[in-house]
Design a protein around this ligand. Structure first.
Ligand SMILES: C[S@@+](CC[C@H](N)C(=O)[O-])C[C@H]1O[C@@H](n2cnc3c(N)ncnc32)[C@H](O)[C@@H]1O
Length: 277
């Protein structure tokens, strides 16, 4: 790996950056601080960030028994997962992100935690040229693929950089989630703006097929963040009122695992993929 000093100013994306990627970088440049605070419960309505921590926790349980030489967090944001990875024992760590503000927040967090050896790289996850083929034991991509125009380039890049036998954890937004579908339909009917930034949602079956087409074996899956009280919670005041119960039920549903209907209530789908030896 190339050594990168996390405390140096990170370069701006190159001219090859597509319009979508630049738009995403600009969006996340405005959110570095909020994102950092979200993991510390320091912001108002921190509960809305509860799913982020759930997905990260599951990802970490899936990689804890893997070889610990090298790990890369793709779309690392403020670098929260990198700290946990070091606690798990990963030796060489790299975070890749397109937003320089997210990376600056990540660099501060690394400094606070005396992890200045963690490399932070400003690059498009669809083209991580500085990582050699077959060089990484583990890579994670949580909450990132939804912002890309298509899945192929990231999946191909993950397959390229993983060592044979290496593991990738990728999280997508779960298209069949009834809560999300209903809310989006409601917004469309009321001509409300969809979200702050465009993103995609994935059907679990299609995404698993795409991963297999790119040479990655599907080893495990987990649905995360259930809207267990849907349709009650579609009404915003009721949702806020019932949030503690909803979150508690969500955890129980996650543990119970992939019952046939679970895909219709969970907002996130996480896959553990392995590059065959
Ligand atoms: C929703 S945040 C998730 C951050 C972190 N993975 C987490 O779970 O907290 C998405 C991150 O992906 C980054 N990102 C989006 N598209 C990217 C791309 N094409 N290349 C690199 N990073 C990207 C954003 O800048 C942002 O920091």
């Amino acid at each position: 790996m190339i050594t990168f000093d996390p405390l140096q100013p990170v370069p701006k994306p190159t001219s090859e950056t597509t319009e979508t990627v630049q738009e995403i970088a600009d969006f996340f440049d405005k959110h570095g601080d909020t994102w950092r605070l979200a993991y510390n419960n320091e912001i108002e309505h921190w509960n809305q960030y509860f799913p982020l921590r759930r997905r990260e926790a599951w990802a970490l349980t899936q990689i804890r028994d893997e070889p610990k030489e090298t790990a890369v967090d793709l779309g690392c944001g403020t670098g929260h997962a990198l700290i946990k990875m070091r606690q798990l024992g990963f030796q060489q760590l790299m975070g890749v992100d397109i937003s320089s503000e997210m990376l600056s927040a990540a660099a501060s967090l690394m400094e606070e935690n005396q992890l200045q050896d963690v490399q932070l790289v400003n690059a498009d996850v669809q083209n991580i040229a500085l990582l050699a083929d077959d060089s990484v034991d583990v890579c994670t991509a949580l909450g990132v693929i939804e912002y890309l125009d298509e899945d192929g380039p990231l999946l191909a890049e993950i397959e390229r950089i993983l060592k044979p036998g290496g593991v990738a954890i990728i999280q997508t937004r779960n298209y069949p989630c009834l809560f999300v579908r209903t809310r989006k339909l409601g917004r469309r009917l009321l001509s409300r703006r969809e979200t702050k930034i465009a993103h995609r949602e994935h059907s679990p079956g299609n995404f698993k097929a795409a991963a297999r087409r790119h040479g990655l074996r599907v080893e495990r899956q987990r649905f995360i963040h259930y809207y267990a009280l849907f349709p009650l919670t579609i009404v915003a005041p009721l949702r806020r009122l019932l949030q503690p119960l909803d979150h508690w039920l969500s955890k129980q549903c996650e543990r119970a695992g992939a019952l046939g209907v679970s895909r219709f209530f969970a907002s996130m789908h996480v896959l553990k993929l392995r590059k065959p030896v």
